[in-house]
Design a protein around this ligand. Structure first.
Ligand code: AP5
Length: 216
């Protein structure tokens, strides 16, 4: 299975990608997580990406494209891309990669949600930096505040989840990523799910949409 998850920050892409990974073994490839890991390890890519991420801007296409090509090579049998592509140039580079590798894209899932919900969700998100698992103090709190249910380690809030930065990320989504909706509509592979529904309903809609559209 090769899927793209598309949608604004906080729409639930990461949450659903992790669920698909747990249930179907479809590898989640999150460009945001890979970049944060590079920053944590102080790599050259991490240093180059840092300022863009802190400002809520996109990291330049050439850095992202070479990073993702290396990453996807690890999963020849399939992946769920969470946060890539985010520009038309990235989508074109991915198409070229698919032709070179003979890969078929099974679907593009668009998660839809309004800005007020996204702001509320991101300001109440807590993340386990060791495995990317997220909680939400409003809708899905950990058993003990600030502590991961599974590994017992500390949860953190992402620096780009401050409301000013979230505002910028939403603007960037509108200007640079939304054009991909038209790009993928033309290919007939786009399915849309309501990101406002509870997590398990979204998963259900997602599986249903993929089944209906692609017969999996
Ligand atoms: P990235 O890490 O990709 O962030 P994002 O796309 O902004 O997405 P988020 O992780 O914020 O949201 P999500 O949709 O995964 O929501 P989640 O499931 O966590 O990117 C960060 C930065 O990296 C970018 O700004 C950019 O600088 C750079 N970058 C990354 N990729 C790039 C690229 N391709 N090109 C250039 N730059 C790139 O859910 C959010 C919260 O809501 C959680 O608390 C969750 O528990 C809760 N929640 C989820 N679903 C539901 C639900 N159905 N009901 C109630 N609560 C829910």
């Amino acid at each position: 299975m090769r899927l793209i998850f598309l949608g604004p920050p906080g729409a639930g892409k990461g949450t659903q990608a992790r669920i698909l990974e747990q249930h179907f073994g479809a590898h989640q490839v999150s460009t945001g997580d890979i970049l944060r890991e590079n920053r944590a390890h102080g790599t050259q890519l991490g240093k180059q990406a840092e300022g863009f991420m802190q400002r809520g801007e996109l990291v330049p296409d050439e850095l992202i494209i070479s990073m993702i090509e290396t990453e996807l090579e690890k999963y020849p049998d399939g992946f769920v891309m969470d946060g890539f592509p985010r520009t038309v140039a990235q989508a074109e580079a991915f198409d070229a990669l698919c032709s070179r590798k003979g890969w078929n894209l099974d679907g593009v899932v668009l998660f839809d949600a309004d800005s007020a919900t996204l702001l509320a969700r991101l300001s109440s998100r807590w993340t386990n930096p060791r495995n990317g698992r997220t909680y939400n103090t409003l809708t899905n709190p950990p058993r003990v505040a600030g502590v991961d249910d599974e590994d017992g380690g500390p949860l953190v809030q992402r620096e780009d989840d401050k409301s000013e930065t979230v505002g910028k990320r939403l603007e960037v989504y509108e200007a640079q990523t939304k054009p991909l909706i038209e790009y993928y509509s033309k290919s007939g592979k786009l399915v849309e799910v309501d990101g406002l529904a509870p997590v398990d309903h979204v998963s259900h809609m997602l599986l249903h949409a993929l089944h209906v559209e692609h017969g999996h």
